[in-house]
Design a protein. Structure first.
Length: 407
């Protein structure tokens, strides 16, 4: 081989590497996004998983990917999850993440102090300031159950199988069939606390089936096929509570759980009901179940003190606390009752954008635009908005492109 040939070959290889780096710097085209308490994850249209935000517990799933090393406390731009797997759905929790492949197999990664990854808490390495057991790359939940929906919460994961039966693992607050028979204690934190836990997917109720399920901070709500909601967990002191269905012959078609028993449910009429204790700074705000919107909504999602709804025309509306811009309406930190301003006209998320899905958790919100772009707003103390900064945003802000690949 001549020197000229070597130079040409090297030049072609360098060109391909440059093309790879340029491609890696393009914004993601996403099919879905899921917001956790201090991180977020998205799937591209070909099923690749990217995450950003707090990384101390391994929730980003990176084993040293370019732009985010395993030792990095937080990563402010999307990083490719360290796996060749392609996923059909993903859910970001507190310090862990779970996803389902197209063949309905569950994989999880991140903190595992109470078995929330579906693994023995002793499995893996130690992460974070308190040395909590963790696994930094996607690991299969050791179960033959095929799941159709999975939700990661705070030290807990729940999923629905193909028949709508609910299984949970991690922090154990079932309150039904398996409440006592499979309870164990796991040590977590500093100082050490011993909490009820279960690292195996455990059937919640052998007689109940659900259409949808959501959880946050120890509370779980499932939506039954008859439109009734069933909730259990910390706020319900381990007992099961039937919440009934909508009023006037309506029924719930989806449900979203916030912290401290704050819940919003979507009605088959396109209306939204919310209940629980909401921002005390807003006079008269939702202290019991109240209608917040009559028609037109196709999705609803609840954060810590705020919630957002998506209308059929792709426009988003948020309500609740706005101390860190989590309502996305721009301007000052004004708390809003619901998508209704002082004059009675709708108040929606700032900017002339339309979205196809949204996700709230903590004090932030992320959306996928109609074109597949990713945007976020709200709190950004750990880079959970993914825009390359640690600055809070009070209006939709594009998620940055992943970091460039290195040579």
């Amino acid at each position: 081989m001549t020197i000229r040939t070597l130079l040409v070959t090297a030049g072609v290889a360098a060109a391909f590497r440059l093309a790879d780096r340029i491609a890696a710097q393009q914004p993601l085209t996403a099919s879905t996004v899921s917001v956790g308490d201090v991180h977020a994850c998205a799937l591209t249209t070909d099923g690749r998983a990217y995450c950003w935000g707090l990384n101390t517990g391994g929730a980003l799933g990176t084993a040293g990917e370019p732009g985010c090393m395993a030792s990095d406390r937080a990563c402010t731009r999307p990083v490719l999850v360290s796996t060749d797997l392609r996923f059909a759905s993903i859910s970001a929790g507190f310090e862990h993440t779970c996803a389902l492949t197209a063949d309905s197999i569950a994989w999880c990664w991140g903190a595992n102090g109470l078995g929330e990854l579906g693994l023995e808490p002793a499995t893996g390495v130690r992460c974070g300031d308190y040395g909590v057991p963790c696994v930094r790359v996607p690991t299969r939940v050791p179960s033959d159950i095929k799941f159709g929906r999975i939700v990661a919460g705070q030290a807990q994961t729940c999923a629905l199988d193909a028949n709508g039966r609910a299984y949970c693992w991690g922090y154990q607050n079932l309150g039904t069939d398996q409440r006592d028979s499979s309870r164990a204690l796991c040590a977590i934190g500093a100082p050490i606390q011993y909490l009820p836990c279960n690292h195996r997917p455990t059937l919640v109720d052998s007689t109940a089936t659900f259409l949808a399920l959501d959880l946050q901070q120890g509370d779980v709500c499932g939506l039954k096929s008859d439109g009734n909601a069933l909730c259990w967990g910390l706020s319900y002191r381990g007992n099961v509570r039937w919440l009934g269905a909508g009023q006037g012959g309506t029924r719930y078609v989806d449900i979203s759980v916030g912290m401290n028993s704050r819940v919003c449910a979507l009605l088959n009429t396109g209306g939204v009901f919310c209940w629980g204790e909401w921002p005390p700074l807003v006079p008269g705000f939702l202290t019991s179940r109240d209608m917040i919107a009559d028609t037109g909504f196709v999705a609803v999602s609840v954060g810590t003190w705020h919630a957002c709804g998506l209308r059929g025309d792709g426009r988003a509306y948020c309500w609740g606390e706005n101390s860190e811009g989590q309502l996305g309406v721009g301007g000052g930190a004004l708390n809003l009752l619901f998508p209704q301003g002082p004059t009675g006209s709708p108040v929606r998320v700032a900017g002339d954008f339309t979205f196809r899905m949204l996700s709230c958790r903590g004090r932030q919100t992320c959306v996928v635009t109609k074109a597949g772009g990713l945007m976020c707003w709200g709190r950004n103390n750990a880079g959970q908005l993914g825009d390359g900064s640690l600055k809070d945003r009070n209006r939709p802000t594009p998620v940055a492109a992943p970091a460039a690949q290195e040579n």
